[in-house]
Design a protein. Structure first.
Length: 390
């Protein structure tokens, strides 16, 4: 769809398939055209002439609109793909339109997972019970069309959360991040990782502490859509805690969110810099500690850079990923519950705790980084496995 995080995961798979000798057509947003062509794939504008918001500009969570799009455009997109004569469909987890195309064309469909242990039925139930759900009548009509016209009997406004594929699911973490029970539920799996191979070649951050201590904080991008006030309150507590502890510099990234000069000014402190957009990869290369929501991309970027984490998960797969990071010894919790209220004293104490455990955390991060390296090295074999399904 148009989400850069999910696009990046599929782009890496497409690049491997091109290197393996496949001809790859990439249906996605026009804003990604240059990147698609750079890996040798053929770009096709999925949203020409109809965009997601043209068919549904009201349903919440916003990805429910992807289901509306699939119901409304399933026929026309399938006809365009049929003319291209594919032998195999690879789709992003949230790109439900790919499920429709594969169903109608009766082709194998590989799903690129969207998050940590994102087993569809559990996450759909979690989303459906949320108070933030607002399903537009256009989405409900599209769901009925998906059921009656396309034979997708289980379609719902939350079908953007993909089930594991019976053919193959591309998992965006190393194998160690899934429990044995989770692996057994998934079915056929290929562990691909989420990191860009070229970025991973960069060295991990030096183990030596900066003087003063440098902390980077970012709570992602998506949470600002639904919990802006709660996220801002947490960032104020983090800024106050950093000031209370003293002897450190804090950089806060706002996930490319322009909150206005007044809001940003209120969040700044003498030792706190606030950036509407932060180059996270670069900031992690300078940071001694990362205060994070434990989104999948952020978590594994911290692993690649060798940066200990303080976890403030908010929703989706983040609480489970924060807990798995704690179990691995590479993160400590900042709050007792997802989107939990924190106070400056707790922030200061948590930062001090990570400093006291730094050596052990760096050892575990080095081990986790080796898992990432092994996973990336296996990508050419995975590409051949995907092509074998055709």
């Amino acid at each position: 769809m148009s989400d850069r995080t999910h696009f990046g995961a599929v782009l890496a798979v497409a690049g491997e398939l091109v290197r393996a000798g496949a001809t790859v057509g990439f249906w996605t947003d026009a804003g990604f055209k240059t990147e698609v062509e750079a890996v040798g794939a053929e770009f096709v504008d999925l949203f020409d002439p109809v965009t997601v918001n043209d068919v549904d500009d009201a349903s919440s969570p916003q990805p429910s609109r992807f289901v509306t799009f699939a119901g409304e455009l399933g026929g026309s997109v399938t006809r365009a793909v049929r003319e291209w004569r594919p032998q195999l469909i690879v789709r992003a987890g949230f790109a439900y339109i790919g499920e429709v195309v594969a169903k109608v064309l009766q082709l194998p469909c590989v799903v690129v997972g969207s998050g940590h242990a994102d087993l569809g039925i559990d996450f759909r139930a979690q989303v459906a019970s949320s108070a933030r759900v607002r399903t537009d009548p256009r989405c409900l009509a599209a769901v009925e069309r998906l059921r009656s016209e396309f034979g997708l009997s289980e379609a719902s406004p939350f079908s953007y959360v993909a089930d594991p594929s019976p053919w193959l699911t591309i998992y965006k973490e190393p194998e160690e991040w899934l429990s044995p029970q989770e692996r057994s539920i998934y079915g056929p799996l290929a562990y691909f990782g989420s990191l860009h191979s070229a970025s991973f070649e960069a060295t991990a951050r030096s183990s030596a502490l900066s003087s003063p201590l440098r902390v980077y904080a970012s709570l992602g991008t998506i949470a600002w859509r639904y919990w802006a006030s709660e996220v801002l309150e947490a960032l104020h507590a983090i800024a106050d805690g950093a000031t209370l502890l003293g002897g450190l510099k804090l950089v806060v990234g706002l996930g490319n969110r322009d909150l206005g000069a007044d809001v940003i000014g209120a969040l700044q402190r003498p030792n706190v810099t606030v950036l509407p957009y932060a180059d996270q990869w670069a900031e992690l290369g300078r940071a001694d500690l990362f205060i994070t929501h434990n989104g999948l991309g952020s978590t594994h970027e911290a692993v690649a850079r060798g940066v200990p984490m303080l976890s403030y998960p908010i929703f989706w797969d983040q609480p489970a990923l924060a807990e798995r990071s704690r179990q691995f010894g590479i993160a400590l919790p900042l709050s007792k519950a997802p989107l939990g209220r924190i106070i400056p004293d707790e922030v200061a104490a948590a930062i001090a705790s990570t400093s006291a455990r730094r050596d052990q955390m760096l050892d575990r991060l080095a081990e986790a980084r080796r898992w990432e390296s092994r996973t990336i090295a296996d990508r050419p074999r995975i590409a051949q496995r995907i092509l074998g399904l055709a």
